[in-house]
Every structure is written in C-alpha cells, then in structure tokens.
Ligand binder design. Structure first.
Ligand code: PBG
Length: 324
C-alpha cells in the first residue's frame, strides 16, 4: 500500500487512536529505584551532581520504602557507604555493615518491598577499585571469594536478589555456588553482565565515594567500542547461572540492549546511570529541555530497545507521572 491509499497519519489523528496502537508502555512495576545508604541518624544529604537524589541514613529507609510502594515501585537497589574502608573491602560483608543494617531495617518497616543489593567492593576499598589489589592490579580470583561472601551476607540479612557489578570473571558461578551451599538457592542473581568502562558513572562516584585512587576500571569493565564481546560476556553469565542480564549504561548502549534481547531469552535489565540522569537534570535546570518529556522519552527508548527492567534515579518521578 502506498500514498494516497495508505496514510499513516490516519492513526495519529487523536490520542485515543494513538494510544490504541502504542507499541511500548512503561509501568512503575518495571522500575527499580537505587538508594544510597550512609551511616548516621536523621541524614538526608543531597548529592550535588544528581539533583533529587539523596544519601540517607538507615533510619530514613522506612519512609523512603513507603513512598516507593505508594507509587507502585516494588523494587529498590541498595548501595552503601561504609563507616570505614580498607584494602580488602571487608565492610562489604560485615555482619553489621551498612547494607546489612539497611536490609534489616527495610524488611522490618516494609517487608513487601523487594530489595536487590549491589555486590561490589569499590565503595568499601580504600583504593576504590572493585576488587583487591595485588601488585597494583585488581586480582580476579582473590576477589571472587570476597564477592561471594558479600552476596551471602546480603542474603543472610534478607536481600531478595543480588546484583554483582564488579566485572570479575567467574563471579556469577562463584556467587551462585556459595548461595546454594547455604540454602539461598531461591535468591536470584541479576548480573551486570555487560558493564562498560563509562564516563557516565561520574556523578555516582561522587555519591558513593568510590572513584579509584589510582588507575581506572578499564582492566575489568568493558571497552565501549565492543558489541560482539557483549554477547560473549552475557553468554558466560547465562552459563554461570545468572537469572537476569543487565546492560549498563543504557542510552548510549541501546544497540547492546537490543542485541541481547534478540540473542537471549532471560529477562534483560538496563541501568540508566547517574551521568545520563545528571545530563537531563542539568539541561532542564537551564530551561533547555522539557524534563518530564525527555525523561519519559528516554525511559521509553530503553524499554523499546528491549529492556524489561529499568534501573533509574527517575523511578519515583516517572511513577508519579504514570499515576497522574
Ligand atoms: C560500582 C557501581 C558503579 C555504578 C553502579 N555500581 C560505578 C562504577 O562502576 O564505577 C554506577 C551507577 C551509576 O552511575 O548510576 N560497582
């Protein structure tokens, strides 16, 4: 069919027709809201590079959880700032560590809220790398055991799902084995399967105080130029037992999301990261873009590319818009 018989504009005539044929719909149920937890009491400290995002103390989590649930957001992703850091990142798996306390508080105040924890060492190491350093290099195999211990301590505290973001080789298998040995065979792993060495993490590193003191993360995170390698990384994680595959960042990697969607039948998550959020906030603050529409269009594009799940600092704002 060709013009003038076929006129695509016929189905764009009004909102009722447009919504009838809409192919992609966002819902608050597919959103995961990241939370930064820090020591202290009564703290709600704004993150300067991420307007609308706060680092909060454990006692503030109940209120935050209730707000999420009221908006229809059922999932949060926890990041912790420990009291003190050391070379081995031991605060990551401390029984009374910041995340372990946060999980217990959330489970106590809002048991229906599903808690996913970021499993990584960078917030807990004095040098800021995602694993332990041996001769100035992040040692893969020495890190695995600590990561698995961290994931186990999160499960013991009551986490519903763990999300390893360190990019060490073999970590999904190691975490799966340790969880299973300890009867946490029902705790899923959402693997940061394809995580690029990205400059879009800048604002997060301020928020979580986890910028590496020396060097960078290119020795373990992926090269932004590589797409085929993303499929290899994802294949490994599937074989090791991942339940959900994540791509990160999201908007600059929509092609990767799409190719994972086509190649794999596991649920796909995408992390709309701090820099992607900050850019929208900054342009909107200058009056250069319509924040609400750009937010919606951005999250829609991530979903349209093939992500079932979107992790975003916009979760609450998006849910508010969807509910209005
Ligand atoms: C750390 C981690 C990072 C993010 C999530 N987990 C930072 C990094 O790898 O440097 C980035 C999240 C964001 O930018 O919003 N393991």
């Amino acid at each position: 069919m060709m013009f003038p018989e076929y006129r695509p504009r016929r189905l764009r005539k009004n909102e009722q027709l447009r919504s009838l044929i809409r192919e992609t719909l966002l819902s608050s149920e597919q959103l995961i809201y990241p939370l930064f937890v820090q020591p202290g009491k009564g703290i709600r400290e704004p993150v300067p590079s991420m307007p609308g995002v706060f680092r909060i103390s454990v006692d503030q989590l109940g209120g935050e959880a209730k707000e999420c649930l009221a908006l229809g957001i059922n999932h949060v992703l926890l990041f912790g700032l420990p009291d003190k850091k050391d070379a081995m990142g031991s605060g990551a798996h401390a029984k009374d560590g910041i995340i372990q306390r946060a999980i217990r508080e959330l489970k106590n105040k809002a048991p229906e809220l599903m808690i996913t924890t970021d499993v990584c060492l960078c917030e807990y190491t004095s040098h800021g790398h995602c694993g332990v350093l041996i001769n100035h290099d992040v040692d893969n195999d020495a890190t695995l055991e600590i990561l698995a211990r961290t994931a186990l301590s999160h499960a013991r505290a009551g986490a519903d799902m763990v999300a390893p973001s360190d990019m060490m080789d073999g970590r999904v298998a190691e975490i799966r084995a340790v969880l299973d040995e300890n009867n946490y065979d029902m705790v899923p792993i959402m693997s940061y399967a394809v995580k690029y060495a990205s400059a879009f993490y800048g604002p997060f590193r301020d928020a979580a105080e986890c910028a590496p003191q020396e060097g960078d993360r290119r020795g373990y995170q992926m090269d932004p130029a590589n797409a085929r390698e993303a499929l290899r990384e994802a294949t490994l994680d599937v074989e090791e037992g991942a339940d959900i595959l994540m791509v990160k960042p999201a908007v600059a990697y929509l092609d990767i999301i799409k190719s994972l969607r086509e190649e794999f039948d596991l649920p796909i998550a995408a992390y709309h990261v701090s820099g992607e959020y900050a850019m929208i906030k900054a342009a909107a603050a200058n009056g250069w873009i319509d924040e609400e529409r750009v937010m919606q269009e951005t999250l829609l594009s991530i979903h349209r590319a093939g992500a079932d799940i979107i992790i975003t600092y916009f979760a609450k704002e998006m849910a508010r818009l969807l509910n209005s």
